[in-house]
Design a protein around this ligand. Structure first.
Ligand code: CAA
Length: 263
């Protein structure tokens, strides 16, 4: 693992089974420039492959989760640069290739690409005073990392349209009340601790069942209800071929704690 060579993130294991990634570019409020995104992808993939890790937490600092894509890096781009080099495409590794659950612990600013990065995670936790927003409209652009799609699915068209077309910010408390955040916390520290605790709990379950659970919930975003339920049932049936299903159900019958395979 290339832990020592990271410059813009910090990587640690705060609890058995939990991989923690902290965005660490304090001078730019964790603005998401290309070198940082490369490091983030590398770290996510390393944890995803590591058999000792069951779930991950992605966070920033108390001041900023991430203040967006790097405006200075973007400002001189032409259409040819953006389209030709698939600008933002590499950000899709998190939602598209990472199989283990990732919880975002959002404190401080989560604006533009920062808000989008938080929404790419599987579960979003936040501080009640976190500052979310899709302010791209103020820069003469629109969200480019999934914001218009994920925010709309999470909170509905009317609210998402209002936020994206005005560029207005919203609080962590609102994110929770609208269903974007699964939990809201009174302090930034509690938010990270809460995310690590949940990741630890998830890491304690069958890796195979967790992987399947993430897969089927994500399918619900792409499929109609009927195909979605059928898909779920196929995966559910498949788990009866796993050793973990036998281990889990036998442990219940014997009133013991299940000892999963974790591989
Ligand atoms: N890109 C590059 N640099 C950024 C940045 C960003 N998105 N956000 C903050 N910074 C830099 C600032 O330029 C500043 O650097 P200098 O000290 O060198 O001047 C440093 O971080 C600290 O920022 P501020 O002095 O502005 O801090 P503040 O506390 O006064 O304000 C803030 C904080 C409200 C978050 C403000 O920095 C801000 O509005 N940032 C931009 C937010 C934004 O528009 N994000 C959307 C980007 S577009 C996008 O993300 C596209 C997409 O969909 C992928």
């Amino acid at each position: 693992e290339a832990t020592a060579s990271y410059e813009h993130i910090k990587v640690s294991t705060p609890k058995p089974g939990v991989g923690l990634i902290e965005l660490h570019r304090p001078k730019a409020l964790n603005a998401l420039f290309t070198p940082l995104m490369h490091e983030l992808n590398t770290a996510l993939k390393a944890f995803d492959k590591d058999p000792s890790i069951g779930a991950m937490v992605l966070t920033g600092s108390a001041k900023a989760f991430a203040a967006g894509a790097d405006i200075k890096e973007m400002s001189t781009k032409t259409f040819a640069d953006a389209y030709g080099n698939d600008f933002i495409e590499s950000w899709s590794e998190l939602p598209n290739t990472i199989k283990k659950p990732v919880i975002s612990a959002v404190n401080g600013h989560a604006l533009g690409g920062g808000c989008e990065l938080a929404m790419m995670c599987d579960i979003l936790y936040c501080h009640e005073k976190a500052n979310f927003g899709q302010p791209e409209i103020k820069l003469g652009i629109i969200p480019g990392a999934g914001g218009s799609q994920r925010l709309t699915r999470a909170i509905g068209k009317s609210k998402a349209m209002d936020l994206i077309l005005t560029g207005r910010n919203f609080s962590g408390r609102e994110a929770f009340e609208w269903g974007l955040a699964a939990k809201v916390f009174e302090t930034p520290e509690a938010c990270v601790e809460g995310a690590v605790e949940t990741a630890g709990m998830i890491a304690g379950y069958s890796r195979m069942a967790v992987k399947a659970g993430k897969e089927v919930v994500n399918k619900s975003q792409d499929l109609g209800i009927r195909e979605g339920v059928e898909y779920e049932r196929r995966v559910f049936h498949g788990l009866f071929g796993s050793e973990d299903q036998k281990i889990g159900m036998q442990a219940f019958a014997e009133k013991k704690k299940a000892e999963w395979q974790h591989r």
